[in-house]
Structures are given as structure tokens and as C-alpha cells.
Design a protein around this ligand. Sequence first.
Ligand code: CP
Ligand code: NVA
Length: 315
Amino acid sequence: MPLDRVMEPRPASGVPRHFLDLDQFDAAELRGMIEQAKAYKRGEGLDVRPLDGKILAMIFEKPSTRTRVSFESGMKRLGGEVVILNGADMQIDRGETVADTARVLSRYVDCIMIRTFEHSTLQELAEYATVPVINGLTDRTHPCQLMADVMAFEEHRGPVKDRVIAWSGDGNNMAASWIQAAVKFGFQLRIACPEELRPPADVLAWAQAQGGRIEVSSNPQAMVRGADAVVTDTWVSMGDEDTNRHNLLAPFQVDRHLMAAAKPDAVFMHCLPAHRGEEVTAEVIDGPQSIVWDEAENRMHSQMAILSWCLSETP
Ligand code: CP
Ligand code: NVA
């Protein structure tokens, strides 16, 4: 085959069904994925191996335990297969463009998941891929985690709509995805964070324009008061410089005093990995209100639903 033939665009059958960020979806579509995830968790629909013969490539430019294993095991439970790529071992690390990587991988596999630093890398991959692209975490957002988290909250506390979720900690990628989820799933989100570490202004502005019920304050007690869930995340995300973060974030630690300000049956949530004694005390994360292991398990079920949505025929 002549070389130029290799780079000809594949005839497109429509725009691929990417899963990039929650703000790009209709609420009903996200709700449908959550319901599908619950069905997969009950074991329904797996006997037909719905993704038989499909291949998922996963690119990791940052470390991972949950994302890597939950996508791999989820894909295999659906009948598909995976190829795992370490970004540092790819030509992309030696200057091959993201666009060229997207074009080439699209010739080999049916779907691409990427965990990367710059959000623009994800967007460029999606722009040039002719297969669906999934956001497995960027510096800006982590939407797959939110699908698992909404599912876990609802398993323990019922529908999330109109409930109050409190965040105490860094206004990081998880906080940004919680903001997008609050708009799409219709819950109130109260964010306590240091002034210096507020979530991105454009994400907050988008939520406000959508009528989202989001509050941001530097007072954790006030934000947690009466909440149905208290959520936090690491003080130092992958790729962050740890200059003054521990000092800034110390007042936002989730301990039993902060949990006591929430509803008595409030749940504690954390995407993991956790740092006991920093963003959360061992007593809270290992205590009866913690649902972190269900969140982790639901990564697999919810991503099975995301993969099925991405790889279904009708755009
Ligand atoms: N929560 C999460 O994404 O975990 P990993 O970094 O282990 O994938
Ligand atoms: N905010 C964390 C989430 C890890 C899953 C990070 O980006 O490192």
C-alpha cells in the first residue's frame, strides 16, 4: 500500500461519540449511562458480550491504579480487549503530534482513553481521532470519576437531585467535575476551599449561567452544615507543585468535627488515592460514613456504561 494511503482519512460514519466532559452532555444521556451502569452492576446484559471484538487503547501520561484496572476489567467483562500505552514509551514523547497519534491509533483500535496533563491534549486527540475518545483525567477534569460517584451516592442515599453535596479542599480537577455534575444532575454543591485554590473561574461562570446551585467559600463548617455528603481529594494532585499547599489546605481537612456539621447520615466521599492525616483523617475515611470503596468499585460499572455508549452505533 502506498504510504500516502495510510494517512487518508477513513470514511467517517458520523462524529465519534466522545466522552470528554459532563458539561457537553444532555442530563438525560448521563442519567441513561448511570442506569446502564446500575444494570451492569446487577450483572444484566453481560452474557451477550456487547463489545465482543472491540479494542480499547489506553494512554497514560500519569500514574493510575483504579482507572487502568477498572477500564481493563470492564472492557473484558463486556467481551472486548485493551492495549495499554505508557505515554513515556510512545513517539508522542519524542515529538510526534497528538493529531498524528490520534489518526494512527484510530486505524488500529475502536476507542481511545487518555489520562494526560493539559486538557488541550485530550481535545486535540478527540478532534483528530475517528474513534471515540474518553477523558481518563486531565489537569482540568475527571468526569469518569463523577459518574461512579453519583452512582455510589445514590446507592446509599437515594436520588442525588436537590441534595446538598459539600466539598472541602483543593478546587482541583475533581472539584471542576463536581461542579459540572451539580448542573447536570441537579444537586446543590457547596465548595469550601482556600481563596488561592478556587476552581477555574470559567467552570464556575458556566455553572452560574446554567442556573447551577454552586456556592464557594473559605469556611468549611459553613459549607458542610446540613450536607448529605462531604467530599474531598488529595491536596497535591498529579503534576502540582507542592509549594504552600499543605499550609493552605490544613483548615479544610475532613475530620470528625467537620463530619459532625453534616447530616447525621451524611456519607464521606473521596476519589482515591487518599492521604490519611492530610485531606482526611483515618477515622473518617475508615469509618462507617465512608463510601469510598463503593466509589472505587463503581468506576468499573460506570465505565462499562460509558464504553457501551461510546461504541454504540447511533450517534
Ligand atoms: N480515582 C482515580 O482516578 O484513581 P487512579 O489515579 O488510581 O486511576
Ligand atoms: N486530583 C487528583 C485525582 C486523582 C484521581 C489528581 O489529579 O491527582
